[in-house]
Design a protein around this ligand. Sequence first.
Ligand SMILES: [Zn+2]
Length: 315
Amino acid sequence: MFPDATGRPTDRPCSLCANTQHNSLLTAEENMFGMGKMFDYLHCGHCGVLHILDVPPDLAAYYPTGAYYSTQRKSWVTQQLARLRDRSYAYPSLLGSLLRSRFPSPALQATLNIAQDRTTRILDVGCGGGALLRSLADLGFEHLYGVDPLITAKQTHEGVHLLPGELKDVHGEFDLIMFHHSLEHMPDQLNVLTAARERLTPDGRVLICIPTVDSLAFDAYGRHWGQLDAPRHLYLHSHRSIRELACKAGFQISALHCNSQPMQFWTSEMHKDGYPLISAHLKIYKRRRIRFFRQLTIWANSVDRGDQIAVQLRA
Ligand SMILES: [Zn+2]
């Protein structure tokens, strides 16, 4: 392990497994908006999870209205290019395939790995503005629902039903319940997964796409790791801790694979140099050493060391 990922010893217990042995503390800065605030995280010596020590009472203040990426409206051109790329996952075209090879959608790919039948009832928990669900609607999926606390009102558009709120506010049964980079934002993870199990059909699946500390990027950059995203990311799981959590909620893991992207390296490089994600330096860092970071990403994923994973659960 690189020295930057190591922390200070602590006897505070892990909030996931209650372990008190060989735990350490790491202090990370809010690095998306450059708010300049610091937060302590506990790295568990048993299950390997990295979790925030104390959830800020004003957590909503770290999701400025309209500024958080999941709810931002993309430009018309960006939206059309994304639709072209996403359609190519089912209906190949030259331009779509080119876009897909350069700017893949790990979320859509992970979803289609599970859901082939267009009648699958899908719920996306923490769906943001619903972009992934709209892509699925474009591919012919008919039963699409999303829920997110940042949505301001119930809405139905292009066959996609969006609800304000949390999973506990959703009624009905689903064949697939998905958490695309949303579970790490939720404080009560066991209750959330238990609620998901209660809303699944007998053959239903859960798909969780999350950042992971079992990665080259976390080892190399530690508190500057791009996906640490303090304080919004409350739990950064290891492969072991997500297995233990799933098991406690009555699930077994049927598949787990890495689908990290090159941004794991350039965002971490930015933070290491002291720039927040919204900095004007973003474009420079996105281009810097991009070929090397792409190759490094392919290698990291191939040896299960990428910094995000797609995890399939079944009851
Ligand atoms: Zn633990």
